[in-house]
Structure formats: C-alpha cells, structure tokens
Write a protein that binds this ligand. Structure first.
Ligand code: CDP
Length: 208
C-alpha cells in the first residue's frame, strides 16, 4: 500500500481543489468498483490523501471522448460540441518531455508500453465499460460527460486495474441545460469560478 497525494499538474491559485478532487475521485472509484471495474482505490484517508494499491503504471493515457472539443476539434477540424457518432478511445504516450504524443497500437508495442495486443484491446474495453457507467450516471445529475483521461496499471498479479484519479481535472463536464463548463477548462480558459464548479460537481454526485 502506498499513499497518493492528489496534486494538479497545472497549478491553480484557487484553494481547496485537491480536497474536492479527492472526494470526487473517491465517490467515482466506489461507483466503478460496485459496477465491476477493478481499481487501485482502497480508501480515502483524509482530505488530501487516498490509500491505493501499488501498481506498475502503464505509460499510456487513455482518452475517451463522447463530444468533440479541445485537441480533437483543433487537430481534426471537428466543430466544437459535435456529438460523436460513437465513443472515441485514443491512446496518448504518458511522456511530458515529448508532450504526450498520440500513439497507435504499433507504437505501443514498439515502445513496449505493454507486452501484447490483447492488453491494448483490454484497455479499450475497460475504457468503454467505464464510459458506459459514468456517462449515464452524470447525465442523471444534469452533466454531459464530454471527454476524460484514464490511466491504468498492473497489480501484483499482473491484472490491469484503473489508477490515478477521476475528477474535473481530467474530465470535461458540461451542464446539460446551460452548457456551462464545470471542469478544469474554467482555469485553462480564464473563466474563473473553478472551485465553485468543482464543488457543484461534488454536490451533484452526493445528490445535494
Ligand atoms: O486539454 P486539451 O484540449 O489539449 O486535451 P484533450 O486531448 O482535448 O483532452 C481530452 C480529455 O483528457 C480532457 O478531459 C482532459 O482534461 C483530459 N486530459 C488529461 O486529463 N490529461 C492529459 N495529459 C491529457 C488530457
């Protein structure tokens, strides 16, 4: 067992975000576990710490997209807000020095990020299962799950499990009624009100 301190890659000056992310992640990991997705989550220890099982991290960021925005719209010219005809799953290389480039399956195997094609198929399958749980869950709470990033690792038995965190830092949530952004894009786009939006996401999850 190791301690995970939830931190943000791009620092925002707004206080309390780490604790909100920890609470949101905790609720979502519990939801996913209850629906048969194996995760590294053990328990929330305090506001900023989560206990999780130790894994070998797979250096692939799995991006799941329901609606086009961000780099997908920029790179491929798909109009921002277009509902995709099916859920898109992409792989990015988890490598800051290289700027997290896109990967295809052959890249993943050449770089030995996994051993077998089967493991890539499993990552895609798990990502779709997670989306099938989270998308209707958030829709019920008035939020469109636009896109999100997942990370995976291998536990002691070599099983692939979900790791990292699931929070408005790595998911895009748009209010279904107003279209308002309720995630890290508020910071990226200088919209302000980041912590308030994260609090609202947590309150909707908790049914408050
Ligand atoms: O932020 P940008 O538009 O460049 O990235 P994206 O590829 O459109 O991001 C897709 C989704 O993955 C968004 O929900 C991001 O928050 C998330 N993401 C992340 O959390 N960390 C990364 N290194 C890359 C993407």
């Amino acid at each position: 067992m190791t301690l995970l301190r939830l931190t943000v890659k791009k620092k925002s000056s707004e206080a309390g975000k780490g604790a909100l992310n920890n609470k949101i992640s905790t609720e979502l990991f519990k939801l996913l576990e209850a629906n048969g997705i194996p995760t590294h989550f053990v328990k929330m220890l305090d506001d900023n710490h989560m206990l999780h099982t130790k894994v070998d991290v797979i250096l692939i960021e799995v991006i799941v997209r329901n609606i086009a925005t961000g780099s997908l719209s920029r790179n491929l010219g798909i109009e921002d807000g277009t509902v995709l005809p099916f859920t898109l799953v992409e792989f990015d290389y988890k490598n800051d020095a290289l700027g997290d480039p896109k990967l295809n399956d052959q890249h993943c195997l050449i770089l030995e990020l996994v051993e077998y094609q089967d493991e890539l198929d499993k990552l895609r399958r798990m990502a779709r299962q997670i989306n099938d749980i989270l998308k209707p869950y958030f829709a019920q709470k008035g939020l469109n799950l636009v896109d999100f990033k997942l990370e995976f690792g291998k536990d002691n038995n070599g099983n692939i499990i979900l790791i990292d965190e699931i929070s408005p830092d790595n998911c895009r949530f748009w209010d279904i009624e107003s279209g308002e952004k309720m995630d890290k894009d508020r910071f990226r786009q200088g919209l302000g009100g980041l912590t308030v939006a994260y609090e609202q996401v947590l309150n909707r999850i908790l049914g408050k």
